[in-house]
Design a protein around this ligand. Structure first.
Ligand code: ZN
Length: 327
């Protein structure tokens, strides 16, 4: 891995990580951080952690507010619904799976109303001086709800969150991103067709405001063909890759090769903040090699064709806030 001087590091952006998930987040670890990171939130409890982190380190942290599809079952669209009824409607346990359902229920929180989530999201967006992002949000076709998310090993229940429910939660959050012209860190796992259909539907729905927001398909696990199709149809789709998630995938290099040169970003997708920089440098090496870019060792000598210059330029276009056209 190429060691880089701080003059180059300060131009690197980790477009997706979860620093508030790890205990190592501290004044000392933040002090050492020389790159900029996009700190994701994922459920009701970590939105304020991300907000506070960004308020403390505004030059290093880009706050990302949103509810992850893995936690979307905590959210209900029915005001006043009882906990049991909410999860029962969502998971529709068969008689055979009923014991598993009963087992899972005590581990699940009281559902929170989607409208309340949206009020909170809007106020977090409005509270930021620098433009926040929406993230991590998205859809996932293979995730099964664990009994206890934080337990190791994680015991997995047989229940999946219906895609339709994930889409309801997602689209309501995207509406707010459109309202604020915010960029989106997007999780799409094993649902290429649903993702393509969603983007087509959103484009029709948001009309001229559609191009005001940008999507980063993070730790992209799509086939290169699907990515190309998505980027050809939608000029507002970027892609980022990480060694954490994509490292062992045989699709990684073909995916980087297929991605539009100006729509490529890098990320660590890591929780521990001290891993953000080394993980970004790992994927930077791979991206540079596949795209045939050199990596700058001195920012001032670097030209605009260097990998870090190019990725920074991509990031600047991706993250620029747009003004909404009101009808
Ligand atoms: Zn993530």
């Amino acid at each position: 891995m190429t060691p880089l001087p701080s003059g180059v590091l300060e131009h690197i952006v980790d477009s997706h990580c979860h620093p508030t998930d790890a205990p190592s987040i501290s004044a000392a670890s933040m002090q050492q951080l020389q790159i900029t990171v996009c700190a994701m939130s994922t459920h009701s409890k970590d939105q304020s952690l991300v907000r506070e982190l960004a308020q403390t380190y505004p030059s290093k942290i880009i706050p990302c507010f949103g509810h992850h599809p893995w936690f979307s079952h905590f959210i209900t669209t029915n005001a006043g619904v009882a906990k049991h009824e909410h999860y029962h409607r969502l998971f529709q346990p068969t008689e055979e799976l009923y014991p598993a359902f009963e087992d899972l229920l005590p581990h699940l929180p009281e559902p929170v109303l989607l409208d309340d989530i949206l009020v909170d999201l809007r106020s977090n967006f409005a509270s930021c001086s620098s433009p926040p992002m929406l993230g991590e949000v998205g859809i996932d076709a293979i995730f099964k709800v664990p009994y206890d998310y934080h337990a190791t090993p994680r015991r997995i229940s047989p229940f999946m969150i219906p895609l339709e429910h994930q889409l309801t939660v997602l689209e309501a959050q995207i509406d707010i991103a459109v309202e604020f012209g915010a960029s989106v860190s997007f999780h799409s796992v094993k649902c290429p067709q649903a993702t393509l259909e969603l983007f087509d539907r959103l484009k029709r729905k948001h009309e001229e405001n559609w191009n005001n927001i940008r999507f980063d398909i993070h730790s992209c696990s799509m086939s290169p063909e699907t990515l190309v199709q998505l980027q050809r149809k939608h000029a507002n789709v970027w892609m980022s890759v990480s060694t954490t998630i994509n490292g062992r995938s045989r699709n990684l290099r073909p995916l980087i090769a297929a991605c539009a040169v100006d729509k490529l970003l890098i990320e660590s997708d890591y929780d521990a903040i001290e891993q953000s920089t080394p993980k970004c440098l790992e994927i930077l090496d791979i991206v540079a090699e596949v795209k045939g870019w050199h990596i700058e060792t001195d920012w001032d000598d670097g030209d605009e064709n260097g990998a870090v210059h190019r990725l920074e330029a991509n990031w600047k276009v991706f993250s620029a806030t747009q003004t909404r056209t009101t009808e």
